[in-house]
Write a protein that binds this ligand. Sequence first.
Ligand SMILES: *[C@@H]1O[C@H](CO)[C@@H](O)[C@H](O)[C@H]1NC(C)=O
Ligand SMILES: *[C@@H]1O[C@H](CO)[C@@H](O)[C@H](O)[C@H]1NC(C)=O
Ligand SMILES: *[C@@H]1O[C@H](CO)[C@@H](O)[C@H](O)[C@H]1NC(C)=O
Ligand SMILES: *[C@@H]1O[C@H](CO)[C@@H](O)[C@H](O)[C@H]1NC(C)=O
Ligand SMILES: *[C@@H]1O[C@H](CO)[C@@H](O)[C@H](O)[C@H]1NC(C)=O
Ligand SMILES: *[C@@H]1O[C@H](CO)[C@@H](O)[C@H](O)[C@H]1NC(C)=O
Ligand SMILES: *[C@@H]1O[C@H](CO)[C@@H](O)[C@H](O)[C@H]1NC(C)=O
Ligand SMILES: *[C@@H]1O[C@H](CO)[C@@H](O)[C@H](O)[C@H]1NC(C)=O
Ligand SMILES: *[C@@H]1O[C@H](CO)[C@@H](O)[C@H](O)[C@H]1NC(C)=O
Length: 830
Amino acid sequence: MFNGWKLGLFIWVLSIFPLACFSANFVPVDNYLIDCGSPTNTSVRNRIFVADNSAKNFLSTQRDILASTTSKSITSFDDSPLYQTARIFDGSSKFTFSIRQNGRHWIRLYFYPFTNGTFNLSTANFAVSTQNHILLSNFNVQKDPIMKEFSVNVTSSTLVINFTPSNNSFAFLNAIEVVSLPDGLIADDAQTINPRGAYSGLSSQALETVARVNMGGPTVSFENDTLQRTWIPDRGFLIQPNLAANVSNIGAVNYPKGGATENTAPATVYGTLTEMNSASDPKSNFNVTWEFNVNLGFQYLLRLHFCDIVSKALNELYFNVYIDSFIAARDVDLSNLVNALATPYYMDFVTAVTARNKLRISIGSSSLNDYPNAILNGLEILKMNNSMGGLSEATVLSSSGSNSKKNVGMIVGVSLGTVTAVVLVGVFFIFCTKRRQLLRQGHSKTWIPLSIGGKSHTMGSKYSNGTTTSAASNLGYRFPFLAVHEATNDFDESWVIGIGGFGKVYKGELNDGTKVAVKRGNPRSQQGLAEFRTEIEMLSQFRHRHLVSLIGYCDEKSEMILIYEYMENGTLKGHLYGSGFPSLSWKQRLEICIGAARGLHYLHTGYAKAVIHRDVKSANILLDENLMAKVADFGLSKTGPEIDQTHVSTAVKGSFGYLDPEYFRRQQLTEKSDVYSFGVVLFEVLCARPVIDPSLPREMVNLAEWAMKWQKKGQLDQIIDSTLVGKIRPDSLRKFGETAEKCLADFGVDRPSMGDVLWNLEYALQLQEAVIQGDPEDNSTNMIELSPQVNNFNQDASVSATQFEDSSANDLSGVSMSRVFSQLVKSEGR
Ligand SMILES: *[C@@H]1O[C@H](CO)[C@@H](O)[C@H](O)[C@H]1NC(C)=O
Ligand SMILES: *[C@@H]1O[C@H](CO)[C@@H](O)[C@H](O)[C@H]1NC(C)=O
Ligand SMILES: *[C@@H]1O[C@H](CO)[C@@H](O)[C@H](O)[C@H]1NC(C)=O
Ligand SMILES: *[C@@H]1O[C@H](CO)[C@@H](O)[C@H](O)[C@H]1NC(C)=O
Ligand SMILES: *[C@@H]1O[C@H](CO)[C@@H](O)[C@H](O)[C@H]1NC(C)=O
Ligand SMILES: *[C@@H]1O[C@H](CO)[C@@H](O)[C@H](O)[C@H]1NC(C)=O
Ligand SMILES: *[C@@H]1O[C@H](CO)[C@@H](O)[C@H](O)[C@H]1NC(C)=O
Ligand SMILES: *[C@@H]1O[C@H](CO)[C@@H](O)[C@H](O)[C@H]1NC(C)=O
Ligand SMILES: *[C@@H]1O[C@H](CO)[C@@H](O)[C@H](O)[C@H]1NC(C)=O
């Protein structure tokens, strides 16, 4: 009996483990807290800032100069003990911290300019820098205590923080923190607003906290934040406070199972908000606007926190968000994004400050509302480093010296140049969002996570008894961590073959010699968890020779590891440009497109509910040793419309440059969004250039737009990959161009189905191989007469769709679909 009870407990512990380990309080791996100048350890709530002499190992400085004050003027601060003592640097000095876990870290610097003997700290002037970034320069603190908070992604095994006094001056520091942050906290990408686009590369940015605001609520002090952040009330930032009203219901806040967590922002932030004060006039229409001081010439990451604690029912509140005069998000319906009330959600935007040193955030009611309202719960404004790695306006000045007139001229030139560059970069931002969100309930049903006892039944699927063409005939199963560890040579950095939002991808070899690709999620990234599950779920249901197959997974020790068949030839993208691979022939390219189209067609039709990939791009099309294409990366996939619905409403995900404009406008997802993205891939394959290339003249930046321009003029041949010039038969190119053009139709309804795309690509291949003889003009005419479906996308595709469904099924049992397919075309085409 006792044993039974123990076993029960054990099982219970095991089954809650996966959730528990992701929602437990964050424990930083690196955690350096130093109270400079202090003879004793200082405790600030539960955190111990060690005495200065305990920190000697980290510090390299010429002279020890310690100072203290007995000033009472700072005792109202919770962290006031830290400000009582300081260390003074009269020459260049540095802290060297060894970093146990790479990734983003807080660097918090505490300054209070008291006077001690000959040192009046408010006369200090200095710079603070790391190996990669200049955090402060020409820095000076006048009067009040100040804590400067930065976060940087440390990618080496040490973090060096240099203190460099300006000429004839000195530097000082009251306390310092270097503390690990959860990996998923700041993703690599965000949206841009003007123009709409995607920013990626946040992970290499140093960020400085400019404002962290709790809308409609009081100060949330660092003790009440899992990451020791302080949130201040928004009143002081409101332009017209009378237009704003407070709402508070902290108890209602219910964190989603993926997406925002307590580490994103505490419930005390999500549980209060500022809304429109429409009480006096329910017909009123206005914006609630906050204004912040910022520095011209810098970019800022804005994180907006939302949690609908005001609606009584779902789909009741729609609002718009503006950044300066630009719309950032229109008709936001949080119910759609998180599928629940009182559920935290956040959005990240990058904006460049180019006009004035103020930044405005506004919210306003959407016309979809019955009663005007709009909400905002929290806001973080984080300054991003400039192209010189600096966060300070004076970066240029201090790093190049300011003594001679000549220098000043140069500096002004450089500064203007930098500002111009920032403006230009700002103009070309690209679009992509990786809004994280919940998996739909229905979606999770097929996922039986982490079955007990190691033998997993998770992967059982309706295809598990079918034959597959993949080497991994056993469906994916749960690998022990040790096996993964061995397979990847202890996650050898030199075995890394790719890095993505989710984590790193390693080459690996199982002990039976099977080559595998091992995708390791950042262990503590909550956002990755949903995608991790989606991918296992998707891949274990879908087996197809043109979909990358999953061999197994590992979730031990809160790891999120996926093990795939190894794709010898990497990504399609890599073969198109930038990686020095020999260039692919037109035939090879067509075959790859056809393979990928098959994989997608199967996703859309091979299962009762259509599955929408959502992130179709050349980097997600992988090539095996025979250059056979397989579609990868199902992390964002969603099951598509039910019979009675026409679309899936969802947060925008995907990659900029590939993203369906209709999906972005209406946030409604259909298979046609994949078709659009695939159309972009087709042009990419033809032109062998990135889909967004900000270095090109404006009209060329966006490949989809540019290629469509030439396609419409009938001169697509002008922009094709130079290595293909003279090698594509004109009729093959024409067919290919038309196909891509149809895929890029503005409205989903006007786009062909994936089955039609596939058909047309097959035909383009046949035209290239001259299966149909004769002069090109005749070909087109013949083709239209003989096989109407091929040229007319608007026709009902049901016939071809049925055929494809059959052939997809055949594909599963190893019958080459291309044979089936070419027979179909041939029999009809003759
Ligand atoms: C301060 O704390 C550190 C580590 O917690 C400890 O090693 C050291 O002895 C303490 N120093 C004093 C002065 O209490
Ligand atoms: C200056 O700092 C030193 C070292 O902490 C301390 O002993 C001294 O009392 C301070 N002097 C004044 C005037 O506060
Ligand atoms: C320290 O320097 C500041 C600015 O130079 C000055 O305003 C202040 O009076 C000085 N404080 C003392 C105690 O000398
Ligand atoms: C830090 O940078 C590395 C290398 O660019 C990247 O792989 C990693 O994802 C980044 N980490 C975070 C937390 O941004
Ligand atoms: C809103 O809340 C803030 C902070 O709690 C408070 O200072 C302010 O007076 C409140 N405003 C209204 C209109 O209730
Ligand atoms: C932390 O939050 C709790 C509950 O809201 C509150 O009672 C407490 O005063 C807060 N602590 C601080 C230091 O703000
Ligand atoms: C809200 O602000 C935006 C951006 O400045 C502006 O375009 C819009 O007209 C404003 N709405 C109202 C109702 O004032
Ligand atoms: C910020 O600094 C990093 C490292 O120095 C650099 O790679 C990156 O390009 C900088 N960001 C911008 C926007 O210039
Ligand atoms: C500091 O002085 C040195 C030598 O006099 C000079 O080369 C340097 O440019 C000066 N730096 C600043 C920031 O004034």
